[in-house]
Design a protein around this ligand. Sequence first.
Ligand SMILES: NC(=O)c1ccc[n+]([C@@H]2O[C@H](COP(=O)([O-])OP(=O)(O)OC[C@H]3O[C@@H](n4cnc5c(N)ncnc54)[C@H](O)[C@@H]3O)[C@@H](O)[C@H]2O)c1
Length: 389
Amino acid sequence: MNILVVGAGMYVTGRGGYGPGVILASLLEASRELPLSKVTVAAIRSENESYLLETTQRLNQQMNVSVDVDFLALGRVGVASLGKGFLSQFDAAIVCVPDHFHYEVSKHLLGANLHLLVVKPFTSKFHEAQDLAKRASAANIFGMVEFHKRFDQANRYARKVIENNEIGTPLYSVVNYSQRRVMPMDIFKLWARDTNVSQYLAVHYIDLLWHLTQFRPRRVLAVGVKEYLLSQGIDTWDSIHATIEWETPSGGKFVSQFNSSWIDSNKSSAMSDQTLLIVGSNGRLDLDQKNRGVTLTTEQGGVNEVNPYFADFLPDLEDDLHFSGYGFECIKQFIGDVMGLASGSSNLEHLKTHRPSFQDALVSSAVLEAINNSLSDDGTWQEVPNASI
Ligand SMILES: NC(=O)c1ccc[n+]([C@@H]2O[C@H](COP(=O)([O-])OP(=O)(O)OC[C@H]3O[C@@H](n4cnc5c(N)ncnc54)[C@H](O)[C@@H]3O)[C@@H](O)[C@H]2O)c1
């Protein structure tokens, strides 16, 4: 298989961030089981090339695999410079560019009939998400959003608990999700003002609550704080506080509250601090996704609460390093599904309902748009559009 990756930043190679990134290492790991022979990484700036090639060489060696990875500089024109003839060599593409470019890059690649994995947020404008879902459907293309939290074992456990009615009917939920301030102030400094922390963080749990409950979001109210980052010259919300009302299949109400922020201290004990509480008519479920019981303390690094379950190199019993975790599982799933479509062992209708497909991710974009409308309308209630195409 021949895969195109658009974007060569932190989430692809680890560049400018911490650790090895997720997408490149996942593709290399997937090559052990899937016939993945070539990866082309395309990005605007040519400065990405040397870091990509050095990282590939190191990872191929470390993991004892040999995937051919090359770099394509797109220049200012971006993906528009890639014609259909050129794109026809790829079996699928992964879109990993800043949030506000997801739509235009995805639309161009769909025009060349490429199966597509788009990192979250799918899009923050509902009509854009609808347009991409329509185009994918019309062209019989598999579009999936990289909502990797659906693959986290803790969240899969939550799904089982809810499906088995162990906590009864879910009545309300509280999500607290924050990250260190280095994210907007350093790593995403160039585009933090073009997105916001709901789109960057809360969207994961908006999708997860939809995935767990299948309730329909009806209306949203959101207020935010814009003080600290603005004082540092970055015009984006420090934190966003959203209340979402959902409707259960029997017409009942479920209320979720989301507090998302990206101004945690850089000295906090983990990059991400995240908890999810779901209270039902017969019990409650508490998930602490920061404190997973693994704490590393060193003279240099201080105290770190570690999440080895997301995406990390872990040795097997033969001492070989494997990239593993729910971040990897999500990407491997997409590549495997694309293969399944080609071989006929899977079909699009099944994938549309059993994956975070473009169709299934419409809910997340509908809610994001309502949050943004409420933020710019002084915290008023906003209806969530019906998430269909
Ligand atoms: N970093 C994370 O932990 C993480 C996790 C999950 C999802 N994401 C999402 O992944 C996306 C990218 O994040 P990142 O951390 O890699 O960002 P980044 O800023 O580190 O990298 C962005 C990359 O996209 C390229 N690019 C920018 N505009 C482009 C365009 N129009 N066409 C083609 N290439 C373009 C840049 O050259 C750069 O290589 C974002 O949507 C982000 O929300 C990031």
